[in-house]
Ligand binder design. Structure first.
Ligand SMILES: Nc1ncnc2c1ncn2[C@@H]1O[C@H](COP(=O)(O)OP(=O)(O)O)[C@@H](O)[C@H]1O
Ligand SMILES: [Mg+2]
Length: 238
């Protein structure tokens, strides 16, 4: 279970080095090499975040480990949490030399774990390119579960396909934006992955099937993300 800890003030070791800031809060690397997320104002979803941290542990989710309260444990005094620091690159900065096969394997693993968690009602949202990391061991790690929800019976939210579409939107944004592609099979696959209700094609399949199409169209083998990006450029409308 994630710990709940009361403090009088935020220790200065917690705010050692600033990593990022948004409207809701700031993230810092702590002096002992973890991450402290500090809120600027009280949040309303503490119980949900605590349940997610306790019930959905798995390899890819970098979850809160210690929750901090100022003065007493009232929810309105929840001030921030600690989680592990992730090394590697965010999906916004994936390097060209990453091996395609390893990246697709990592995505498949992530998708399998996501399906397992979503079958237990977890809805993944906010899997944007700054919240997804590829580590030096070619594992995908996901930070920032603030907006995730646990969905009981709901007339139109379906956690498994809706979570997968959230990941699909990031994969499509990272690799496929820009001009039209000359090969209509690529458009069809993007639609099957991102637009169809139920996500007919998983993001990992979108990448592997597109690799095959590019190998046919360009006559070269696609070994790395750099080859993949180059191939996509070649099959774009001029
Ligand atoms: N555990 C972590 N490991 C590495 N970098 C992190 C970690 N947590 C946060 N960051 C950095 O801080 C940024 C903001 O953190 P995040 O929790 O996503 O907050 P926000 O609500 O501002 O999106 C991230 O995009 C990332 O660059
Ligand atoms: Mg974020």
């Amino acid at each position: 279970m994630a710990k709940e800890i009361v403090i009088d003030q935020i220790p200065k070791e917690f705010t050692h080095k600033k990593l990022g800031e948004s409207c809701s809060g700031e993230c810092y690397e702590t002096k002992d090499g973890r991450v402290f997320k500090k809120y600027k104002f009280p949040i309303k979803y503490y119980q949900s975040l605590k349940s997610i941290a306790d019930f959905y542990k798995c390899n890819h989710l970098v979850l809160p480990e210690e929750f901090y309260f100022l003065k007493n444990m009232k929810e309105e005094n929840f001030i921030g949490y600690i989680r592990a620091l992730v090394t590697g690159t965010t999906f916004a900065h994936l390097e060209d030399n990453v091996e395609m096969v390893k990246f697709i394997k990592a995505l498949e693993f992530l998708e399998r774990e996501m399906v397992a968690n979503s079958r237990r009602s977890l809805l993944y949202v906010d899997m944007n390119q700054d919240n997804l990391f590829l580590t030096p061991n070619n594992e995908i790690k996901v930070i920032d579960q603030d907006l995730y929800e646990i969905i009981g019976y709901h007339p139109y939210i379906r956690p498994v396909p809706d979570s997968m579409k959230d990941l699909a939107s990031t994969i499509i944004h990272v690799f496929f934006t820009g001009k039209e592609f000359t090969d209509s099979r690529i458009h069809d696959n993007i639609r099957k992955c991102g637009a169809h209700i139920g996500g007919v094609l998983r993001p990992s399949q979108l990448l592997s099937e597109t690799s095959e199409i590019l190998e046919q169209d360009c006559g070269t083998s696609i070994r790395t993300l750099g080859d993949f990006r180059k191939g996509l450029k070649l099959v774009k409308e001029k």
